[in-house]
Design a protein around this ligand. Structure first.
Ligand code: DCP
Ligand code: MG
Ligand code: MG
Length: 362
């Protein structure tokens, strides 16, 4: 079956979160700035909302210049840890809409790919419904909007999501993929940077159609084999790279859905045991130990809640992990009345296991 891939990118992410937190910002130009050690006179724009963009303010612009463009704009400092919390909640929603845990790939703080080939059975109308559902879920639970792109591979999906922003959805069926790319300037092709753009421009190549028609051997002679072939393929709308969960280097986690939404202890704890087993075998395989553990519950109303514990020293012991995880899960059951939909276990602050027991173990 031909693949169906969704790419989701949040709209003016940091500024959208600030707007959500402070309704008085609605309608005003909002600029989120990363200030340098020179204080408010230095620094660059992280992002701005669409009102500010109309005044010509963009990411990476010096904040000072942004101020001169829109003196009435509201300037706010970056609150990265807070945005990361929101990102984690959004990613949970997105992950739960992918075919499986492994068919989900977060690529930055505000975007991810989901392989939904099986869920939509290759049907693009169904795929669009899934895309709409994702947009609604994100909006109702996190009160911010996103843009969605759907296509036969990551490249097309990624470019489709930025085609209609903000709050858009763009579906590119396989037959339209080439036509969709053709008129775009080459710099819009995902993966082409400034240097490549300039080189292509020197070769007289400005739009994707020209690049797709260019002789591949000539591209290889200029860019080398890998890049040359990649340019030709990308311009033709071909991209076979899989959607793959990226295991970040400093955490190991597993998450799974219950067979049905439930508060049944037997069901929850048996799934929890599987997750713990899985996490521990990954910990052993990577020869690491961990210093903290987090349990996540996504309720039937999609609300997400987490509990964490940090240990005084790094451990890799299944019984200790299991004991702590189960205590936290029991707390969840005591505190809530709503059914559970998904549960997860994650360990982080990983350290290389030395292979021998430390003093504490004796
Ligand atoms: N970001 C940053 N500095 C940059 C670019 C981005 O700090 N030069 C941060 C702020 C953004 C977030 O990353 O909110 C996501 O980047 P995007 O490129 O997706 O931009 P936005 O989500 O802000 O806007 P858009 O609606 O165009 O996606
Ligand atoms: Mg974005
Ligand atoms: Mg982004």
């Amino acid at each position: 079956m031909e693949r169906v891939i969704i790419h989701v990118d949040m709209d003016y992410f940091y500024a959208a979160i600030e707007e959500r937190e402070d309704p008085s910002l609605k309608g005003k130009a909002v600029v989120v700035c990363m200030y340098s050690n020179r204080g408010e006179s230095g620094g660059a724009v992280s992002t701005s909302n669409y009102v500010a963009r109309e005044a010509g303010i963009h990411s990476a612009m010096p904040c000072k210049l942004a101020r001169s463009k829109s003196p009435d704009a509201v300037f706010l400092p970056v609150r990265k840890p807070f945005y990361e919390d929101v990102s984690a909640k959004v990613m949970e929603i997105l992950r739960s809409n992918a075919d499986s845990e492994e068919r989900f790939e977060k690529i930055s703080i505000d975007e991810a790919f989901l392989d939904i080939t099986e869920s939509c059975k290759g049907d693009y109308e169904l795929a669009e419904e899934i895309g709409q559902r994702i947009k609604e879920e994100v909006k109702s639970r996190e009160r911010i909007t996103c843009s969605v792109g759907i296509g036969p591979n990551k490249l097309i999906a990624k470019m489709a999501s930025s085609f209609q922003k903000p709050d858009g959805i763009t579906v590119v069926i396989p037959e339209d993929a080439q036509g969709f790319l053709k008129p775009m300037p080459v710099k819009k092709l995902w993966g082409i940077g400034r240097v490549t753009e300039d080189k292509l421009s020197e070769m007289g190549i400005r739009i994707v159609e020209e690049l797709a028609a260019f002789d591949v051997m000539e591209l290889i002679s200029v860019f080398g084999k890998n890049k040359g072939m990649w340019l030709k393929q990308a311009a033709s709308g071909i991209d076979e790279t899989p959607v793959k969960e990226r295991t970040t280097t400093d955490q190991i986690g597993r998450m799974a859905s219950l067979k049905t939404d439930s508060r049944n202890g037997t069901m929850i704890f048996s799934l929890l045991d599987e997750l713990i087993d899985d996490v521990i075998s990954k910990v052993k395989a990577r020869k690491v130990s961990f210093r903290s553990v987090t349990v996540t519950v996504i309720f039937s109303n999609f609300k997400t809640s987490t509990k964490s514990r940090t240990f005084g020293h790094a451990i890799s012991d299944q019984d200790i992990l299991s004991g702590n995880v189960k205590e936290m899960m029991n707390q969840f059951l005591e505190e809530s009345t709503i059914d559970f939909r998904r549960i997860g276990v994650r360990v982080d602050s990983l350290q290389e296991a030395t292979g021998q027991k430390n003093l504490f173990d004796f």
